[in-house]
Design a protein around this ligand. Structure first.
Ligand code: FES
Length: 317
């Protein structure tokens, strides 16, 4: 796996508290990475599915709602059972724990798939988040076993402990998203020009060489393929990887950091771990200059100005 710089700007408190864990998390990441890579194209397809490339959102964040919701409901049914001593509530609590356990398996598999491409310090936080969730799951399994063995009171205690551990894990999961921006579209908020602006002389753009241009400090990827020129946001939607240092594969570009692959034509994700498409820009050639602008809503309509080509492609006007 490619080594990436610390993109979040430093070591956080979790990292400084437990430095001895670093080799473990790196080794684990490599093992997971190797397992998917050994599957070749099929392994990549499975990874894409688990990342959520096909829905444009991380599948993990959807599946985590199942154990959190089901185990919350289980605790409510336990409370009702305690108050009313009605068997239906006890049965409902047990069923809810079972549903939560099934959801926890899906959440764990998708979480590990996402985590293998996380960089420090989110990588360490992610491992702790995962270990806590495994612990919470183990406590709920114990709770279910005890309930089946007619030790319902002990089962309730274990469920309560499991819920407490799960809550801490959920808190760390929130930190990963809101503080370290794991799973968040890193291109969101990039200010691309509304009107066409020149970014490079056409003669300076070599054939099939991903090239970085800039407008107002915002990096733009330019790629010439034959008589077409494509323009995308240059920093990857996954973790800001520099796409101008990536590799061209046909009419797609592969990110140098974690190998997400985007279609040059429209920026859609072909391979994860990225799940958000790469913003694509409109291109035209004016007076020997490559000009780009943001894709506007009106440009999606069939009738277009004759000098404007389709999104992500350009011809001389
Ligand atoms: S930064 Fe991770 S795939 Fe581009």
């Amino acid at each position: 796996m490619a080594t990436t710089p610390d993109i979040t700007g430093g070591i956080d408190c979790e990292e400084s508290r437990i430095p001895q864990l670093k080799p473990i998390e790196e080794t684990l990441q490599k093992l997971v990475h190797r397992a998917f890579a050994s599957g070749g194209e099929r392994g990549q397809a499975v990874k894409n599915f688990l990342n959520g490339t096909w829905i444009g959102e991380p599948l993990h964040v959807i599946l985590t709602d199942i154990p959190i919701g089901a185990w919350t409901v289980a605790l409510v049914f336990d409370g009702l059972d305690l108050m009313s001593h009605k068997r239906e509530f006890a049965v409902a609590a047990d069923a809810s724990i079972g549903i939560g356990l099934a959801g926890a398996v899906g959440a764990a598999v998708t979480g590990v798939t996402d985590w293998q491409d996380a960089d420090a310090p989110a990588r360490r936080l992610g491992m702790i988040h995962g270990l806590l969730n495994v612990s919470a799951t183990a406590l709920f399994i114990t709770s279910l076993v005890l309930r089946k063995k007619k030790s319902r009171t002990s089962g309730r205690v274990f469920a309560g402990l499991g819920y407490a551990v799960m809550s801490i894990a959920a808190h760390l999961g929130g930190k990963m998203v809101y503080e370290h921006r794991v799973g968040v579209d890193r291109t969101d908020g990039a200010a691309f020009p509304q009107d066409f602006v020149p970014v490079m002389a056409e003669s300076d753009l070599a054939e099939a060489k991903p090239t970085r241009a800039e407008h107002d400090g915002v990096p733009i990827l330019l790629v010439r393929r034959g008589d077409r020129i494509f323009a995308l946001a240059e920093t990857c939607s996954h973790f800001n990887g520099p796409l101008s240092e990536g590799k061209l594969v046909g009419d797609s570009i592969v990110c140098p950091w974690h190998a997400s692959r985007f279609m040059l034509e429209d920026g859609r994700v072909l391979d994860g771990p990225a799940v958000h498409p790469q913003p694509c820009l409109q291109v035209r050639i004016q007076n020997g200059q490559i000009e780009i602008r943001k894709l506007l809503c009106d440009d999606a309509k069939p009738a277009r100005s004759p000098e404007v080509e389709s999104a992500g492609a350009g011809q001389p006007a």
